[in-house]
Design a protein. Structure first.
Length: 370
């Protein structure tokens, strides 16, 4: 018997810049002219129906003005579009338009767009460069940073995907002024989550500036964006592939993602996450990971923002419990939760262990209260 060893050790630098500002489309085109994505001359602009005319068309026009070839690929807005079928449609459309391995993907929009477009980029031609142009507070806080790309299925959320880093992220705060108030409120849920798990001072800052964020006061929004980026960076830098520490970014998501799915996406992601955060602090308080005062402070902030903290009557509790078991943190068929430690930290349960098994009866009692 013969054996041949294939040596493939290598060092990869996936570093990239996050640019926060207003009206960044000219900056994007200038970066492409300066070689941000190498010799790519053909750009696939992936967007949704809400963002297409406002930002994707101008991005396309600016790239064409700079001498590049650019094509728009649009899908219906909403979480239901974050599917394997949508990905397939976009990929086939790109192939029909002559896109091959020498192209670049530009994701223009919110979290659904960046998740889906990043997944397309990571698999198209076995991987092509991409950039994110984030137009929502939610995308700025979470989806555009860290390289998580994925689609949802009927059986699970975000379990089909890969970690694939962008070449650059543009956070256009000017775009927030075009968002409906509900979507600004929705985006703040991930911001509160970041403060709860990593930064008590940031939590207090949010408490003091809720109205400023919702009124899109520039300096406040820039500060919020920068703090969100820093919290995610500190985690992703240490655990890019989500082997341990990165689980803490799922604070509130075990219940939140399940509620989002069971609601058939009547609830926006941030709205569902808010309910998940409320469930997490209620159970965490019972387990003595935070005080009743801290629990109430988190819930009060969510309510002040305008986020829901109770489970809608139309959600079936048994179906919700069943859906919890599709969470990506489940191990050996057991539910596992991340818990915050007071406000501004998370509980550890041993060396490099950041989630705790939770008995179904424990979480069921909390959900029935809500």
């Amino acid at each position: 018997m013969k054996r041949f060893r294939v040596e493939l050790k290598k060092t990869v630098d996936d570093s990239y810049d996050v640019q926060i500002g207003r009206n960044l489309i000219p900056e994007l085109a200038k970066d492409m002219e300066n070689g941000l994505v190498g010799r790519c001359k053909k750009f696939a602009i992936i967007t949704d129906s809400n963002v297409k005319d406002l930002y994707a068309v101008p991005v396309c026009g600016e790239l064409e003005k700079a001498g590049f070839s650019a094509e728009l690929f649009e899908f219906p807005a909403g979480e239901k579009s974050k599917s394997r079928r949508t990905k397939e449609i976009i990929e086939d459309a790109m192939l029909e338009k002559g896109f091959r391995r020498d192209c670049c993907v530009v994701a223009v929009g919110g979290g659904v767009v960046t998740d889906l477009a990043g997944f397309v980029a990571g698999t198209f031609g076995r991987g092509v460069p991409f950039v994110n142009y984030a137009t929502t507070l939610l995308a700025a806080a979470d989806a555009s940073i860290g390289g998580k790309t994925a689609v949802d299925t009927e059986l699970a959320t975000n379990l089909i995907g890969l970690i694939y880093q962008p070449r650059k992220v543009y956070v256009d705060i000017g775009a927030w002024k075009t968002l409906p108030r509900q979507h600004l409120i929705n985006g703040l849920a991930e911001t509160v989550k970041h403060a709860c798990l990593a930064d008590a001072e940031f939590f207090e800052y949010i408490e003091n500036h809720v109205d400023d964020v919702l009124n899109v006061v520039p300096e406040v929004c820039e500060h919020i964006s920068e703090k969100n980026c820093n919290v995610k960076y500190q985690v992703v830098m240490k655990d890019e592939k989500e082997k341990s520490l990165r689980e803490i970014l799922n604070l509130g998501h075990t219940v939140g993602r399940a509620i989002e799915t069971v609601s058939d996406y009547r609830l926006l992601h941030g709205e569902a996450l808010s309910i998940g955060m409320a469930a997490q602090v209620k159970l965490g308080c019972k387990l003595r990971f935070l005080s009743a005062e801290q629990r109430d402070r988190v819930i009060a902030l969510l309510e002040r923002i305008g986020l829901p903290v109770r489970i809608p009557d139309y959600i079936d509790r048994d179906e919700l419990i069943k859906k919890l078991y599709t969470d990506k943190k489940v191990r050996d068929g057991k539910l596992r939760f991340v818990f915050q430690k007071g406000i501004g930290d998370v509980i550890t349960f041993g060396d490099d262990i950041y989630a705790r098994p939770v008995a179904e009866a424990e979480i069921r009692s909390i959900l029935e209260e809500m």
